[in-house]
Ligand binder design. Structure first.
Ligand SMILES: C[S@@+](CC[C@H](N)C(=O)[O-])C[C@H]1O[C@@H](n2cnc3c(N)ncnc32)[C@H](O)[C@@H]1O
Length: 319
């Protein structure tokens, strides 16, 4: 009953929730094309490579499992889920204030001797560096305060990204913007949604998600790093041909057990072809359906003719 109602309400309001993180590879813009392919009446929804959680946020299910191999990401979401929303928001403002970071929504650009086109980097650079050092040297308990610091770092960092080096240090440079009302709204909506969902957050390699516990009323959404494109989470060979083969085996296993799943990927991109994925599809024509998507380049300067040649973004379903 609850799921039927919620599906209708999403369809009627046409509102799609966005991750509070500007996550590379996030599927927010593709959701209007992806969601209609998802089944209704899902018991447990598994977001196997949850990243920014853009997908799980917008899927109605009795239970949600968000999994990602990135421990900081999962720690951050768990802190949002398990702590009071007001406490998290107040702590974000407290950290911004304590580290003298800008807050244009309150004081305006002129107060910081900056303007919108060149951004707030010149004012925030040293303050951001101090917060980064404090965070990276922090030895206290990784509680709400630690994750509020991480969130502030993400908000003030270059393109609002999340990136840690091999030594586990947050290592992005300063960005152009600060914490604004749009970010605050996305953060608060995100906290509301994950608190209202029966959601659990796990930090495992995808092979650690035991599919033998799933049944035919469950649904697995699979959005791995793409073998033939670049992202911070693909660095240092983190996603390679071996992982791609393992993932396709994982999917075959779900399919053999009639557990529904959908895989996001690109068959080709900027002249590169994912041969492993293309061959797997050729060998399994009767098992999988390939839905070609229109990629959203709303914020790019590409011409239409160029866009079409850029990538073949697909959703592959086993139902
Ligand atoms: C394309 S992003 C997911 C984006 C997400 N669907 C969204 O819309 O925000 C891929 C994610 O896979 C995660 N990842 C990489 N290798 C993994 C692995 N072996 N097991 C689980 N997660 C992994 C990365 O940390 C990254 O967050």
């Amino acid at each position: 009953m609850q799921s039927a109602y919620s599906f209708v309400s999403v369809a009627m309001t046409n509102h799609i929730y966005q991750s509070p993180l500007n996550y590379t590879g996030g599927k927010y813009r593709l959701l209007p094309q992806i969601l209609p392919y998802f089944p209704k009446g899902i018991n447990t929804f598994i977001d196997l490579f949850c990243g920014g959680c853009n997908v799980g946020l917008n899927v109605i299910a009795t239970n949600h499992t968000y999994n990602d191999i990135n421990p900081w990401l999962i720690g951050l979401y768990s802190a949002f889920k398990n702590n009071d929303k007001g406490l998290m928001l107040n702590t974000v403002y407290e950290i911004i204030n304590k580290h003298n970071l800008s807050l244009v929504s309150k004081y305006g650009y002129a107060y910081y001797n900056c303007d919108s086109s060149s951004g707030l980097g010149p004012y925030n650079r040293d303050h951001f560096r101090n917060l980064k050092i404090h965070f990276n040297q922090y030895t206290g308990i990784k509680d709400y305060y630690y994750y509020a610091m991480l969130y502030v770092l993400i908000v003030y960092s270059f393109n609002n990204q999340i990136r840690f080096n091999k030594d586990g240090e947050f290592n992005l440079p300063i960005g152009k913007r600060d914490f604004n009302s749009k970010m605050e709204s996305k953060l608060l909506a995100f906290i509301d949604i994950i608190k209202s969902q029966n959601a659990s957050f796990t930090c495992l390699d995808f092979t650690g998600i035991d599919s033998s516990l799933l049944s035919t009323s469950d649904f697995v959404y699979i959005d791995p790093p793409y073998l033939i494109t670049c992202a911070t989470y693909n660095e240092q060979n983190a996603w390679n041909e071996e992982k791609e083969h393992l993932l396709l085996k994982y999917i075959d296993n779900l399919t053999a057990r009639h557990i529904r799943c959908a895989l996001s990927n690109v068959l080709s991109s900027k002249g590169k072809i994912n041969i492993i994925l293309n061959n797997w599809l050729k060998c399994n024509v009767s098992k999988y359906n390939v839905h070609h998507l229109r990629k959203s380049y709303a914020n790019s300067s590409y011409h239409t003719s160029e866009i079409e040649g850029i990538s073949d973004e697909v959703l592959i379903t086993n139902y």
